[in-house]
Design a protein around this ligand. Structure first.
Ligand code: SAM
Length: 268
């Protein structure tokens, strides 16, 4: 089945069943189950500090899987207090930068995904609001410069320049003690062949296999996170740091409860 057909099927299913849906095999559920458990643990970590509501900014929402997870976290861990602001142009990414193998993130496809995002948000039965802007963070900050969030999750374009920009602007929009986090940091820069990393970034490779570890990774994410934050806390490919005045503090999630959201596809 083509990406378009899968998207059409999903939209049809959501309309008929009035429930969030990400495909029979979870095709539109970007991110693995484990990473959603980490988002829950991070929200739990935040709930234990002075924060009494979860105000999340998400960069890169696609069909809404992680946005729904953040809203569910606000619902369950913050007594429904908070909301999720989603940023995504839902428009073609030049050079097919984000598309997994065999997928095409064309304008037409992302227009379909946007419809699915809207439908998933509509039928998600969470109290906290999920709102969105069809822009990236640069334009959002220009329009709403003073808005602050206590969690910012970066999962947009994975090119080096884009991730660098997203991290730098997000750092300004994050509250004190807030959490900056993101997806797809499979390897940190001190784990990979640095010369090959530089080469992969310069030649704008979206995916690469590291010769030192033999593992696949996103050079743009690895390079940008290292340049802006240095070594970060991470579990799986999800990375996170806590803002502390002009610095960043590592986060230890040991002992934090882990749960998985109800919209996780039943595919195991
Ligand atoms: C990996 S997907 C996000 C998956 C989503 N977080 C989830 O878990 O379901 C990446 C998304 O980033 C979006 N994107 C691309 N460039 C962006 C930008 N500059 N700002 C925000 N989002 C962007 C794409 O349209 C795509 O929907």
């Amino acid at each position: 089945m083509s990406d378009h057909e899968i998207a059409e099927k999903c939209l049809d299913y959501i309309g008929k069943n009035q429930t969030p849906y990400f495909g029979e095999n979870g095709e539109l559920f970007r991110g693995i189950k484990e990473s959603h458990g980490v988002l829950y643990a991070l929200a739990g970590f935040l709930a234990k500090t002075t924060h009494n509501s979860l105000s999340c900014l998400e960069i890169g929402s696609f069909a809404g899987a992680s946005a729904l997870t953040w809203a569910w976290c606000a619902e369950t861990l913050f007594d429904r207090a908070g909301g999720v602001m989603c940023l995504d142009p839902w428009d073609e990414i030049k050079g097919n930068a984000m598309a997994p193998e065999n997928s095409q993130y064309t304008t037409a496809y992302l227009a379909q995904i946007y419809e699915i995002f809207l439908a998933n948000v509509k039928y998600a039965e969470f109290g906290p609001s999920i709102t969105h802007h069809k822009t990236g963070i640069e334009e959002f900050q220009q329009n709403i410069p003073r808005q602050k969030f206590n969690v910012i999750y970066i999962d947009g374009d994975h090119a080096y320049e884009s991730v660098t920009r997203d991290i730098l602007i997000a750092s300004e929009m994050l509250e004190q003690d807030g959490i900056l986090c993101g997806d797809d940091l499979s390897l940190q820069a001190d784990e990979v062949d640095v010369n090959a990393l530089e080469e992969a970034i310069n030649s704008k490779q979206q995916f690469a296999q590291d010769s030192k570890t033999g593992l696949n990774f996103h050079p743009g994410v690895t390079g940008a996170v290292w340049k802006t934050l240095g070594k970060v806390s991470k579990y799986g490919a999800t990375w996170y740091m806590q803002k502390s005045h002009s610095n960043w503090k590592p986060i230890d999630l040991t002992g934090e409860a882990v749960k998985f959201p109800p919209h996780y596809p039943d595919i195991e």
